[in-house]
Design a protein around this ligand. Structure first.
Ligand code: C5P
Length: 307
């Protein structure tokens, strides 16, 4: 029997996020390129005596903003695995490095980490495909948090195809004060579109060819996010952050997913350090981090055996 399992799950940015019209099921069809970057949440799962129930502890970046009730995606992941043989008597400790409600799939990372941790802890024998299917029921970004790397996402972001990528990309991630609610940002996107039907989104060729060539300059030019106008409408201050990125010479910049975190692409690690220093000195943001991608999806990094 294992005494504990530690799983590390990455944040994501969307290199391209095309959003279709609102569907009857309440979601929007997407054509997106997910890219996992090296900002992580670590989750430690420990089995507890029978009858203890689920115990959830959250520490680190933005921990106070994380709900600890049954709406928490990690709790929902535990409940989703009970029919597959997992016990509810488990303690989860999440160390957050991913901004909460930041548009970087932090909640999805915690759900993905929980699925991987409990599969290992209770020896459930579920495949990655099984976990991705269960994950899709928890949230649209959970399958990608399991998948990692760089992948094209369609449907509501849950259908994934691995993308061919050369090289590594260096990002400066600029955290904002407070979060944005994803459903509110999608609603604002619909409002700004004034009820017009939009064409089915596609991933632009420029993004895929830049990735295949390993060309950060071309990728910087091709970055695109259909949710950006909505995030800017709800949080106008983000325009200052995006302008600062341009001024400081980022190859490209955008709101990450539904925001309010912004991501800027640098030429290399040294350029990323220069950009990060400039952002820190500017006072336009709360916290600045550097991260490179692509990185692996949620995976076990430590296992303790009980004696
Ligand atoms: O799937 P998830 O729970 O993360 O989605 C949260 C909300 O974001 C959905 O209820 C929906 O309002 C919106 N959403 C959407 N289209 C998507 C993904 C999410 O409209 N493809």
């Amino acid at each position: 029997m294992l005494a504990s399992v530690t799983v590390r799950a990455p944040a994501k940015v969307n290199l391209s996020l095309g959003v279709g019209s609102l569907r009857p099921d309440g979601y929007h069809g997407l054509a997106t390129v997910f890219h996992a970057v090296g900002l992580y949440d670590d989750l430690v799962a420990t089995p507890m005596p029978e009858g203890s129930g689920l115990q959830l502890h959250v520490e680190g970046e933005g921990a106070k903003l994380v709900p600890l009730d049954d709406t928490n995606l990690a709790s929902r992941a535990v409940h989703a695995l009970v029919p597959h043989g997992a016990s509810r008597d488990v303690s989860l400790t999440i160390r957050k490095g991913i901004p909460v409600a930041g548009g970087m799939a932090g909640g999805s990372a915690d759900a993905a980490a929980t699925l991987v941790a409990l599969d290992s802890l209770f020896d459930l024998g579920l495949s990655r495909e099984d976990l991705m299917e269960i994950g899709a029921g928890l949230g649209s970004d959970v399958p990608f948090s399991l998948h990692g790397g760089t992948a094209v996402g369609s449907d509501r972001g849950t259908e994934l195809t691995t993308a061919l990528v050369r090289g590594s990309y260096h990002w400066v991630i600029v955290f904002a004060e407070g979060g944005l609610s994803t459903p509110n940002v999608y609603r604002e996107c619909d409002r700004l579109r004034g009820g017009d039907q939009v064409a089915d989104p596609v991933v632009p060729d420029q993004v895929m060819s830049a990735l295949r060539a390993g060309d950060p300059v071309a990728l910087g030019r091709a970055l695109h996010n259909d949710l950006q106008p909505a995030a800017l409408s709800l949080r106008p201050q983000l325009a200052h952050v995006l302008r600062a990125g341009e001024e400081y010479g980022a190859l490209g910049g955008m709101v990450s997913g539904s925001g309010p975190t912004c991501a800027f692409l640098a030429r290399d690690d040294e350029h990323a350090l220069d950009l990060a220093v400039a952002f820190t000195a500017s006072g336009v943001c709360r916290t600045v981090k550097r991260a490179s991608g692509p990185v692996q999806g949620a995976r076990v990094v430590d296992q303790r055996i009980s004696h």
